[in-house]
Design a protein around this ligand. Structure first.
Ligand code: UGA
Length: 434
């Protein structure tokens, strides 16, 4: 099929490249000329495992030609289905800001005014229930001067892609959710995903757009709450001197619980869990229901970095002392520092008057925008040299492999937020929940 994807963030670029890999002809539309040029040169604009190979395969001069990028919205006219993959940032009150989606829908609608045959628009971005039906569809209708269900159809297809493993998650999904408010839109979405379903046998959930929107929030709310619950349990374990990882290993054997997402520690970061939990709490409250469990999940998550710092305080007064922060990305495998637990940790260290020296294999440049004045080390060894304490924030292999490097510290106090380091003689070790 001929598919257009609007937006070249990590979701847009990933699905564009993956659709091309499934045999579709794909055009990726973005306002950023540099991103467009990068994709057209066969290179990737985002740090995402497996994406460089796919883009090179389909967009480079020697590639299949299945993927190209452009800044020109007119490109959608040569396609049958358009995926909207634009950002939905967070307002200060926690609600989602739909303005970028609204502007994109308007520009898309303006362009579709010229189209004489049927077109399906699929919302891929995470939006609160009702956004597709009550906001995006009316904008498309007004801007195109066309009638939904007659001239064009609208669907909602939430993504469940983790940063760092987005390509693998796309090509081997646990499920595919197709939300549509009319049959022709659903049929187009079925055609888009047919090659994927054929090769993976993934279960397909067909539903309306509101339910599809809610499934995305429910999925992330559940996962975020699961991590907060194991953190709450982990904090209880710590009070008793019990190892939370041993407890998690045992409860994970119950297949109603499952072993996944039971790693307690500093909690969740990233662009999704925090934003999505806040957005659905906010949207539900507007509907008249205040979700107590989700609010508690957010609170537990906010407390974990403070607990890490409090454990550090029990061992060292860090005023005017060198403190190594090991890991800045919100998780290993990405350079993304959005909502990283490193941010409250570094803020807490600065409040205490510490001299922070931070290390991360790939996320330094992104963190420099938040903290331009702290020291950044090229290697973990450099960060640890002369430090009074080390705080482990992200469990990159470069960090979990550390051992004798701690011997270069002034005082070898290791406060571990990710159960990354092995206890041994010569290190004063403090784990967050073990
Ligand atoms: C998450 C979801 O997992 C994806 O399914 C979803 O598509 C995506 O959000 C999104 O909405 O776009 P992502 O934010 O990339 O993906 O990261 P995860 O791998 O889910 O990890 C989230 C956070 O939870 C990380 O900070 C991680 O360190 C933390 N975590 C995860 C734990 O603290 N413990 C665990 O056991 C698992």
């Amino acid at each position: 099929m001929d598919i257009s994807v609007i937006g070249s963030g990590y979701v847009g670029t990933t699905i564009a490249a993956c659709f091309a890999d499934l045999g579709h002809d794909v055009v990726n539309v973005d306002i950023d000329e540099e991103i467009v040029a990068t994709i057209n040169s066969g290179a990737t604009p985002v740090h995402e495992e497996d994406l460089p190979g796919l883009i090179a395969k389909h967009a480079s001069d020697t590639g299949t030609g299945g993927l190209r990028a452009t800044t020109d919205y007119e490109a959608v006219l040569d396609t049958e289905v358009t995926f909207l993959c634009l950002p939905t940032p967070q307002n200060v009150d926690g609600s989602i800001d739909l303005s970028i989606m609204e502007a994109g829908a308007e520009q898309l609608g303006d362009t579709l005014a010229e189209k004489t045959d049927w077109h399906t628009v699929v919302v891929k971005s995470t939006v609160v229930p009702g956004s597709t039906e009550d906001v995006i569809t009316p904008i498309l209708a007004e801007a195109s001067n066309q009638t939904p269900g007659k001239d064009f159809g609208v669907g909602m297809n939430p993504e469940f892609l983790r940063e760092g493993t987005a390509v693998a998650d796309f090509l081997d999904p646990d499920k595919v959710v197709l939300g549509a408010d009319d049959d022709r839109a659903l049929a187009d979405m079925q055609d888009v995903f047919a090659p994927l379903i054929e090769q993976t046998d993934a279960p397909v959930v067909e539903t309306d757009t509101r339910t599809a929107e809610m499934i995305k929030y429910a999925n992330n709310s559940f996962l975020a709450s699961k991590v907060s619950l194991i953190n709450d349990i982990g904090n209880i374990c710590k009070e008793y001197g019990i190892d939370a990882y041993e407890v998690a290993g045992a409860i994970g054997l119950d297949d109603r619980i499952s072993e996944r997402f039971l790693r307690s520690g500093l909690g969740w970061g990233g662009s999704c869990f925090g934003k999505d939990t806040n957005a659905i709490i906010n949207a539900a409250t507007e509907q008249g229901y205040e979700p107590a469990m989700l609010a508690a999940a957010v609170e537990v998550n906010d407390r974990q970095p403070q607990r890490l710092l409090a454990f550090m305080d029990q061992h060292v007064d860090v005023t005017n002392k060198r403190v190594a922060v090991l890991g800045l990305a919100f998780k290993p495998g990405t350079d993304d520092v959005r909502n990283s637990r490193a941010i409250p940790v570094i803020e807490g260290l600065q409040d205490r008057g510490a001299d922070v020296v931070a290390y991360d294999p790939v996320a330094v440049e992104n963190m420099r925008e938040h903290f331009p004045d702290i020291e950044y080390a090229d290697t973990p060894e450099d960060a640890l040299d002369g430090a009074a304490t080390a705080l482990v924030v992200t469990d990159w292999p470069e960090i979990t492999d550390l051992d004798e490097e701690f011997d270069a510290m002034q005082t070898p106090v290791v406060v571990d937020g990710r159960r990354a380091i092995d206890r041994r003689d010569g290190i004063v070790y403090e784990g967050l929940t073990w």
